[in-house]
Design a protein around this ligand. Sequence first.
Ligand SMILES: C[S@@+](CC[C@H](N)C(=O)[O-])C[C@H]1O[C@@H](n2cnc3c(N)ncnc32)[C@H](O)[C@@H]1O
Length: 478
Amino acid sequence: MGTLKVLDLFAGGGGFSTGFLNAECADYTFEIVKAVELDPNASETLRQHLGEEKVIEGDITSPEVKEEIFKNCKDVDVVIGGPPCQTFSLAGPARSGTKEMREKLKHDPRNTLYKHFLDIVESIQPAYVVFENVEGMLSKKAEMTDGISAKQSQVIELICDELEAMGYNVGLEDSLNRFQVLNAANYGTPQIRRRIIILANRYGHENPIPIQTQQPENYKTLRDSIYYLPVRLPFISKRSIDNLKKMEIVYNHYESLLGEFLDCIEGLASDAQEPIMHERLNQLRAELKKEFEKIRGSSEPNRDKLLTFIQKYNDLLSHLEINQLSEDITITTHQSRTHNLRDIIIFVMTKQGSNSARFMNEQHDDYHELLSDLYPYSREKHKDTYVKHSWDRPSNTILAHMEKDGLKFIHPEQPRTFTPYEAQLLQSFPGDFTFFGGRNAQYKQIGNAVPPILAQAIGQSILEKYVSISKKKLFKQM
Ligand SMILES: C[S@@+](CC[C@H](N)C(=O)[O-])C[C@H]1O[C@@H](n2cnc3c(N)ncnc32)[C@H](O)[C@@H]1O
């Protein structure tokens, strides 16, 4: 029985640590000695799961934090970490922002946080290093200096070079590469998520590639992971209705659009598993239908009719206790954010597994003229803003951007985006794991995390390698 001591840098809400704590081989396990994190909410999540004394809350670039790390972590065996990736990310402003935004990102100090990771590794000299980052890092170049080729200037190559210069082997078993791109779906996460992993060790052996447990034909899906959760409906915001783009289309077509919404509620009612939910949703649909007939017959402007309908719907949602916790469901984070009516209509009318790029493309089977007209964003820069997921596929990569909006994560049947709890399960966090902070803070920690199941597979492969080389050493000594 033994433990390898781990230091988790840029630890976030603890996805990496959680996975490593679950790895085990021949009575060997990992122990998290310290987890370092800047964000107060994420740090509180870490304290709640790892223990108060394990967390260093602060800026890794500051001398005080480094001193605390060196004081407490001299003898750690493994350093793991994924420096922030906004500026490397293929999503968001790095891809679609203005020229000005992209220029600003180039000089973002977060670009160089990996250097602090390497400084700490160099001082501590652990036996193993695990560096994780987004695939977009592959296209990231360091400042070009004379005599350095384009390949040598890639940040990923520089990190490997630096680790080698420190005496680490970054080579992989059965591969000429010095890093691997792992898809979390191949390890049992119900999500397509490709991440770069550099493994390095001081023992001189080649580094393991974790054994895949799933193939595309048996990837875990949304049905496997979140189908069983109770229905959650969003409140509809009334506040910004006059400032919303394309609302005139909703006003002009309100009868057919509300008809689609009512059909959606009817579908949820007939599929609802628990009798009480079935009853409440049916009641909601019946009351809404009455309201619909009432406003249809009134002489008010369409805008006012819709405001009346929204008010009625919001009231019914509260009174019928549709989103209420029950004795069985005490998960407070399985609640929808509020949406505006235009988005809800888009959610309802988009086909399962489709997205805005498809419903706006006249050549595509999913083309829908009304939806295309309702699209409120720039068609050049943001084609695929809305993405409706399928029950029978894994989720797309869960993003920290969910803290801002969840439009790329529309539920397959319910007219809303994923709740934090659904995002947590799709990231393979245990069902009883809790994230500290409000809804946005939770989305951020979840979206930033290394899926624990992937982290566990990486940890497991290191332990297996470690055990096998320890046995060989013992054998030689006999
Ligand atoms: C990509 S996330 C890491 C997620 C984590 N590996 C997990 O599995 O949950 C990067 C984290 O680095 C933190 N961070 C950013 N700058 C930092 C700094 N200067 N010092 C310490 N932490 C920092 C961010 O708050 C964020 O939580």
